[in-house]
Design a protein around this ligand. Sequence first.
Ligand SMILES: Nc1nc2c(ncn2[C@@H]2O[C@H](COP(=O)(O)OP(=O)(O)OP(=O)(O)O)[C@@H](O)[C@H]2O)c(=O)[nH]1
Ligand SMILES: [Mg+2]
Length: 259
Amino acid sequence: MSMQTENHRGRILREHFGIVAEPGQYIIALAGNPNVGKSTVFNALTGLRQHTGNWPGKTVDNAQGSFTYSNKPFLLVDLPGTYSILAHSVEEQVARDFICFGQPDATLIVLDATCLERNLNLALQVMEITPNVIVCVNLMDEAKKKHIIIDIPALEKELGVPVVATAARKNEGLGTLRETLYQVSTGVRQCSPRQLVYSPAVEMAVEQLVPTIQRLIDHKLNPRWVALRLLDGDTAFIESIKRHLDLQFKNALQEVATV
Ligand SMILES: Nc1nc2c(ncn2[C@@H]2O[C@H](COP(=O)(O)OP(=O)(O)OP(=O)(O)O)[C@@H](O)[C@H]2O)c(=O)[nH]1
Ligand SMILES: [Mg+2]
């Protein structure tokens, strides 16, 4: 990555999200349903190197913590616990906007091993936004107690992104998690997340919108995801684009949205 891009990215992060990142630090967003052990994972990875506050302009907690792995610096950003990131609440909006516009190098999604099916909804949503996803199946000790067996390699194959099993409270699986975060953030390991396929009518509309969106957004966002949000009539998303991207882009995108 060029120095110019890195500086530009750093500036966007600091101004809009209150993220205090050092130059060269890899940024990892930490997402998950409420009460799945996100903060436990966050604490296990960052120890005491953390600071907390609020998201700018919101009464939503913001925790950031740093760690070093293989001589590379990382900043972990703990997002509010949400079941979805379709921005139906302020927490969902904060999580969605950071994953979309904060341009983290990777997004770590923590899932509860005892109710995987419900938790996978959020993982699939994030996988529509960004390819750099790592799934952490936490609470493996609780799953074991309930005789729930999870085939991690099969899940990894189905999802197309790395899956790591952990019991964060017992500090189990954290070594593998660190190594996987390192590999995905630095680009050593490429992910190819499975994409949801919608009805033929939706897919056809997406196909028609994508080339125009691609031209307008200049690789800033995943065009398929933007097309899906526009087709969904997601006005909150258009508001977020207004806040986070430049005016020229905003006006052009609104024209696309009204076609
Ligand atoms: N048995 C077990 N308990 C865990 C594990 N990870 C976290 N916990 C416990 O689960 C509870 C919730 O953990 P948190 O880390 O606060 O979960 P969270 O996702 O940050 O919760 P919210 O921020 O409220 O959404 C706490 O009591 C943790 O000690 C684990 O791997 N095994
Ligand atoms: Mg928490």
